[in-house]
Design a protein around this ligand. Structure first.
Ligand code: DGL
Length: 268
């Protein structure tokens, strides 16, 4: 038994997909979420900068007394694996669990990875997918317009700017008759209906955050580290706390008020 909270971090609102999935699986666990909205997006940054920021984000959560962390950021997970592995508490990233889910589903046909520019450039997801599913073609597309749109609040279903960007990025994948779409950026789970709508046929959509949350739930059970808290969610944001307080409940699908605390963006 371990009643310390589980830590989750991301550059911003995307991490709420992991919070949502974790809370659904482990409703009694307390969660401490850090949304680095003040420094989002991460996806256009260089690897060294991402490694430094990942360390800062992890140190912040470790300082908050967490027992385990979900790095709910495909960009950090694909560029700073060494930083995640060297933390003083177990850190689960966004690569292994969704790739394993795709392997285990035993599908066939081309797999499309959509993610940030830094994630696609790292080649981490593509390499892991090729190793897990050597017989399947892997196509990677960077979608740099999605995160700024989501961070500025374009999250309602049917937002024309999101739909237009989705159509532009996903058209080449649809033309390749994709069968599996891997959302390699956690923000994209917040616009999943817009992404699905671009295909016009049933497609397997794999969202990295929910796969990682399931892996964390299994590992806490196995290690005997489950907590018996009240499911308290505390949120830290380095961005606009009023915007966070307004948007986060919508994205989490809750009407309960959230505990939100603003912190100053860290020095890069
Ligand atoms: N949500 C993050 C990811 O999964 C970061 C996106 C960004 O800030 O560019 O990659």
């Amino acid at each position: 038994m371990d009643d310390r909270p589980i830590g989750v971090f991301d550059s911003g609102f995307g991490g709420l997909t992991a919070v949502r999935a974790l809370h659904a699986l482990l409703p009694e666990e307390d969660i401490l979420f850090f949304a680095d909205n003040g420094r989002a997006p991460y996806g256009g940054r260089e690897r060294e900068q991402l490694r430094r920021m990942a360390k800062q984000d992890i140190d912040l959560l470790v300082g908050g007394g967490v027992k385990a962390i979900i790095a709910a950021c495909g960009t950090v997970s694909s560029n700073a694996a060494d930083v995640l592995h060297s933390a003083s508490v177990p850190v689960t990233g966004m690569i292994e669990a969704p790739v394993e889910a795709i392997r285990a589903s035993g599908g066939s046909g081309p797999i499309g990875l959509i993610a940030t520019a830094a994630t696609v450039r790292s080649g981490t997801f593509a390499a892991a997918l090729r190793e897990a599913c050597p017989e399947r073609e892997v196509l990677s597309v960077a979608c740099p317009d999605f995160v700024p749109l989501i961070e500025s609040g374009h999250v309602q279903p049917g937002e024309p700017a999101v739909q237009e960007a989705a159509e532009r990025y996903l058209k080449p994948l649809r033309e390749k008759h994709l069968t599996t779409l891997l959302l390699g950026c956690t923000h994209y789970g917040l616009i999943e209906p817009a992404l699905r709508a671009c295909f016009g046929y049933e497609i397997e959509v794999v969202e990295a955050s929910s796969c990682a949350a399931a892996a964390v739930a299994a590992s806490l059970r196995k290690e005997g580290l489950r907590g018996a808290g009240s499911g308290r969610l505390r949120c830290l944001t380095s961005g606009d706390a009023a915007l966070f307080t307004r948007l986060a409940p919508l994205l989490l699908g809750t009407s309960a008020p959230l505990e939100v605390r603003a912190i100053a963006p860290m020095e890069e």
